[in-house]
Design a protein around this ligand. Sequence first.
Ligand SMILES: NC(=O)c1ccc[n+]([C@@H]2O[C@H](COP(=O)([O-])OP(=O)(O)OC[C@H]3O[C@@H](n4cnc5c(N)ncnc54)[C@H](O)[C@@H]3O)[C@@H](O)[C@H]2O)c1
Length: 466
Amino acid sequence: MNLFYIGAGFVGTCSAVISADSGHNVLLYDIDLNRIKRLSSNDRQEIESCIYEDGLADMLVRHQDRIDFTADYQKVEEFLDICDGIFLCLPTPEIGETGESNLSYYTDAAQKLAHSLVMRNTGTQKKYVVIINKSTVPIDMVDKTAEILNAAGVKNYGIVSNPEFLVEGKAIEGSLRPDRVVIGAWKQQDFDIMRKIYQRFYDSPTVEYIEVNPKEAAAGKLLANYILFSKLALTFDVIGRTCETFTKLGFENIRKVLTTDPRIGTWGMYNSLYAGGSCFIKDARSLYYQLQTAGQEANLVNEVYLANRRQFNTFMGRAQKEAGFVWKDKIVALIGLAFKRDTNDIRNSPSIDIANFLKEQEVKKVQVYDPAAMDNFKLVFPENAQFTYFSHEFDTVKNADVIIIATDWPQFRGLADAMIREFGYTPLIMDGRRILQHRYKDLHEAGFTIIAVGGPLMKSAQLSTD
Ligand SMILES: NC(=O)c1ccc[n+]([C@@H]2O[C@H](COP(=O)([O-])OP(=O)(O)OC[C@H]3O[C@@H](n4cnc5c(N)ncnc54)[C@H](O)[C@@H]3O)[C@@H](O)[C@H]2O)c1
């Protein structure tokens, strides 16, 4: 089949390459020419510097004959004559902190598409085409998209909601072996076409292939993200806080007690300074906004958002409150910039808020490192007298007064040994991921003061706070 993707971001690119891998011919369009050039470079390093996703670069190179990239709409218009399915993979960020989704990227793309669709097949529109929404959008967005298409005079088309459930950092693995594929359509004809597009999943004994209506598909996605987000908030704000408040409660031991009950489950039972990323926050906010606009109070939905924000403020506030640490004029090592490991995505990363906090506190220097996300972070915080970028975590933490660990890259576990062995002094350690938890005792005995999410202060007499 001939498939057209609009938006070459995390979702569009990962999904397009899986379509190519499933035997389809794919055209991927984005307004960002630089992005298109890098993704189509066939150079693994160049691709990874654009989207760092395990396995993505290999697959793009392997399927270069089946997948074409363009920022040129004329090429798109030629492709529309033979196109079977069009995937919309556009950003839908929150407008400020209102909860309302900014749908302008989506509607701009839909309007431009509509004008081209009416001209296909020299204006006869004889080829039936399905428009498939993959962006996370308000519950009624598929019907609103149909209104845009109808207003432009588009005929002979179907419209489908196909929410994306990929997990950044595991997007390729997850897209090759999804738990479920959800298709929301109003017409059987559209379900039939989607079954052909997703034949490999429709036939798979391990994938739940779910057919519902478009509103159920969109609502299912928003609710799924809200539930996941609420599990994290519960871990941070209830389980973690309990372990921080009372002595001799090991977070990992409590977790074992809880997660062995299959009704509680394991997902989300890890403590962190913040749940960032481009999805959970904005999707929970969007659900809250939609419920409120429909006359509901939606207090529980909002509370999850507030609990996440509270977690960040509590963690950063502990240095001063519990250890008497004064930030002004200090040297800070900030380890981990991506919102989580295995990605270079810094959208809503706690490191952005930390960096802003450090600037406000007038620290002397911020020494920064991340294995994948430094190029993206430099766009927000350029290298200057205050911000210095390093190429290894160990060099980054040297000479710092405080070390903040903000991302759970596994390689950071090695820091404990190096610090105990080679440091002649003992900076404050703020572990926002409990990544050094296996060595807290040793670090404390070696004279380090530790503030970790999900644990009480481990204060050493050697901490200098002036
Ligand atoms: N990233 C995730 O993990 C994830 C998971 C599930 C769902 N989603 C949802 O999928 C959607 C896309 O997310 P993403 O992370 O891929 O976003 P992204 O920002 O990585 O990518 C969006 C791309 O769309 C392009 N674009 C913007 N306007 C355009 C236009 N008019 N025409 C063509 N291209 C245009 C941008 O240049 C960008 O490359 C969002 O609604 C998001 O909530 C994301």
